[in-house]
Design a protein around this ligand. Structure first.
Ligand code: ZN
Length: 253
């Protein structure tokens, strides 16, 4: 067991050689450590299920999390790619970040995906793949690129559900990420190092007792002695998307 790290339970669903297993471990173990260094130690074992996908166009063409009966991630990988290609891929930091929050349900999928999209860049910064400047540029460029689809009078929560139905995934993911960009900048202005620090505290006190989104927002606000997390969330249910997204973008610049 690694200190300050959840135990990993490996499930080799398909056959992998010892060499391939070594490479996949050399990718996922440091990624899980960086995720926990960024977001706090997971208060549960993490089950990693490894599936083989031959002749893929990228090292990790597909991955998803399962929350029952364990906190699990299923990775579909092409082990012919080099270790470096795996380490530079955003999928594992994204999926591992999902585990920091409970399953939030279909209605709040934008919040879950926005969180993981925001945090994948923070984890990759911890891994030394991105600089602070890279992270900021990533947020600004992803949201700016999605802006034509986000420039709407509809409230974000409603618009994001629609974008998801239309398979407009980058706009759905990065539109959701603007909630966390906004919160991150607000926390930094108050002297904190930002959202990852809040999530670390949440992981320690409250992750295990959290069942739904209302629990997460209540814990965060309690830790901050504030109502900001719920208030910004309300804006995402009520105000025009173009206004809230522009605000997040302006705060991040
Ligand atoms: Zn995701």
């Amino acid at each position: 067991m690694i200190e300050n790290s959840a135990d990993v339970v490996w499930h080799w669903v398909d056959e992998f050689s010892d060499l391939e297993k070594g490479k996949l471990k050399a990718w996922l173990i440091p990624t899980l450590e960086a995720t926990q260094k960024t977001l706090g130690t997971f208060p549960f074992d993490v089950h990693l299920h490894m599936h083989r996908k031959e002749k893929a166009k990228e090292p990790v063409p597909w991955a998803n999390t399962w929350r029952y009966p364990h906190q699990s991630i299923h990775f579909h990988v092409d082990p012919s790619y080099k270790l470096e290609a795996f380490l530079n891929d955003w999928t594992a930091p994204h999926e591992m970040s999902h585990l920091a929050l409970p399953h939030l349900g279909e209605d709040h999928a934008w919040f879950a995906e926005g969180f993981a999209s925001f945090m994948q860049a923070q984890v990759m910064r911890t891994m030394g793949i991105y600089t602070d400047e890279d992270v900021k540029n990533k947020y600004v460029s992803k949201v700016t690129k999605a802006m034509p689809l986000l420039d709407s009078p509809s409230p974000p929560a409603e618009l994001f559900r629609e974008l998801r139905k239309q398979h407009e995934y980058p706009a759905f993911y990065w539109g959701g990420a603007t909630y966390f960009m906004r919160l991150h900048e607000m926390l930094k202005e108050k002297g904190s190092s930002g959202l990852p620090e809040l999530v670390q505290r949440y992981m320690e006190c409250c992750r295990k007792g959290s069942r739904r989104l209302s629990d997460v927002l209540a814990s965060w606000d309690r830790l901050l002695d504030s109502t900001a997390c719920q208030s910004i969330f309300n804006e995402y249910s009520e105000q025009p998307c173009r206004n809230v997204v522009s605000k997040a973008l302006a705060d991040t610049y």
